[in-house]
Design a binder for this molecule. Structure first.
Ligand code: HSE
Length: 440
């Protein structure tokens, strides 16, 4: 068998990583595979921009068709991103009987189910290790390493930009804007950073991972999403005083035949392993009924880590090609005919503990009015502190509650926010801790 030829569409940061990994590790890859992986062509609309990794001119083209219609190319890597042209190219590649590797989590979240069907019809595979948690082999772990388990929960820090921002706000007291700017300079952020800071990128990844873990189609539109743009550094500080660290957490939990899928800022115990995941690092904490708790940790973004994930897919696909076993492992781990839509628990039905920061006037009886409304809504207070003393002015009153139902909490907050002694909207952050039974 000769070399396996590969074409790359999208010569950006991750594309450069793939080229460099293939170049640096060519010998090790050939020793593992038995044949060479040869990058034959690279397509991008802009060939003149300077890049960290260059390619001989004769390999370059501005036309994706030069790759999609090349009969020698067996695997197409799509790294252009976005929901537009990328989808068409992937479909064309599959219909031209080529396997596809992509890091395009947004596209998979929105159209993965359809694309997997097209792949199956053409006896080809779409591999996407790089789409979730960058360099961490999370997809492979869920799909293969944990295949003997029933998965109960996934807790993930899946966006390096958001984690970097929160880390800088926590450790150095930076403002949100300054931390975001630094993350962008370091190249972690998406072309549109709103996807990072509003939680959408994390939700894309959670939807994909959750489908693989729980045997469902991808149900991205059912993920509850809240980003970190409304986080004030003082909430991070108060959270720390109560023994919690703030993370943008992706949570998927299969409980009583209902699936929770939610992304939101979450306070977690400072001594939990996830609390120590700092900077652009990602981590996933999974509980399986046989394995117990496991955690995977690594860089979730960046040229070489993401390149590493793409190349691992190339090697898998090359092995399938060599063994003539296309689509040996279904893309979502479960056989297509066994995938079953999950019943999703709406956020209003979720039970969790809460951090609340009220802007309350410093006047006798205010706390009892707030506590009264919480009590009427079956919300029990675990601890409370008042910060400062400003007679007749608003001061932060910070509370931690025991487990409460989200719909009760929202009802209570609507009433509390209308009190004349409350000067502004209440800040609410959900908590996962031992009481919620999940993060132990
Ligand atoms: N913008 C993403 C992140 C890149 O910050 O994690 C990897 O998907």
């Amino acid at each position: 068998m000769g070399d396996i030829k590969v074409g790359l569409i999208g010569w950006g940061t991750v594309g450069c990583g793939v080229i460099e990994v293939l170049r640096q590790n060519a010998e090790a890859i050939e020793s593992r595979l038995g044949v060479r992986l040869e990058l034959k062509r690279v397509a991008d609309i802009d060939l003149d921009r300077s890049r960290p990794v260059m390619v001989p001119r004769e390999m370059l083209t501005t036309r994706a068709e030069d790759i999609l219609n090349d009969p020698d190319i067996q695997i197409v890597i799509e790294l252009m991103g976005g929901l537009g042209a990328a989808k068409g190219f992937i479909i064309q590649a599959l219909e031209n009987k080529k396997h596809v590797v992509t890091a395009n989590k947004a596209l998979l979240a929105h159209a993965g189910n359809e694309l997997f069907e097209i792949a199956a019809r053409n006896d080809r595979t779409i591999a996407f290790e790089a789409a979730v948690a960058g360099g961490i082999p999370f997809i492979k772990s869920l799909r293969e390493g944990l295949a003997g388990n029933q998965i109960d929960t996934i807790f993930g820090i899946l966006n390096g930009t958001a984690n970097f921002i929160l880390t800088r706000m926590t450790r150095q007291g930076l403002s949100f804007q300054d931390a975001l700017q630094e993350a962008q300079q370091k190249g972690y952020a998406e072309a549109n950073p709103a996807l990072d800071i509003e939680g959408t990128d994390t939700a894309h990844k959670l939807a994909i991972a959750s489908a693989i873990a729980f045997g469902t189609p991808i149900q991205f539109d059912q993920v509850y999403v809240e980003g970190i743009t409304h986080i004030d550094p003082i909430d991070i500080q108060f959270g720390e005083e109560f023994g919690y660290r703030l993370k943008l957490l992706a949570i998927a939990r299969n409980l009583d035949d209902q699936l929770e899928m939610r992304v939101h800022p979450t306070l977690i115990p400072r001594d939990h392993v996830l609390a120590g995941v700092d900077g652009a690092y990602n981590a996933v904490h999974v509980h399986g009924n046989a394995v117990g708790n496991i955690m995977l940790y690594g860089l979730g973004a960046g040229m070489m880590p993401t390149g590493s994930a793409v190349v691992s897919d190339l090697i898998d696909l090359a092995r399938d090609i060599l063994g003539n076993t296309p689509a040996r492992i279904p893309p979502l781990a479960f056989r297509a005919e066994k995938l079953k839509e999950a019943v999703i628990k709406p956020i209003s039905g979720v039970t969790t503990c809460y951090y609340l920061r009220f802007a309350a006037l410093d006047r006798p009886g205010v706390l009892s009015r707030i506590a009264g409304i919480l009590g009427q809504n079956q919300i029990s207070i675990a601890s409370v502190i008042q910060k400062g003393r400003q007679v007749e002015e608003a001061v932060p009153i910070v509370m931690i509650t025991h487990e409460a139902l989200e719909s009760s909490m929202q009802k209570a907050l609507t009433e509390i926010n209308q009190l004349e002694v409350v000067a502004g909207p209440t800040q609410v952050i959900r908590i996962e801790n031992q009481e919620t039974g999940s993060l132990s």
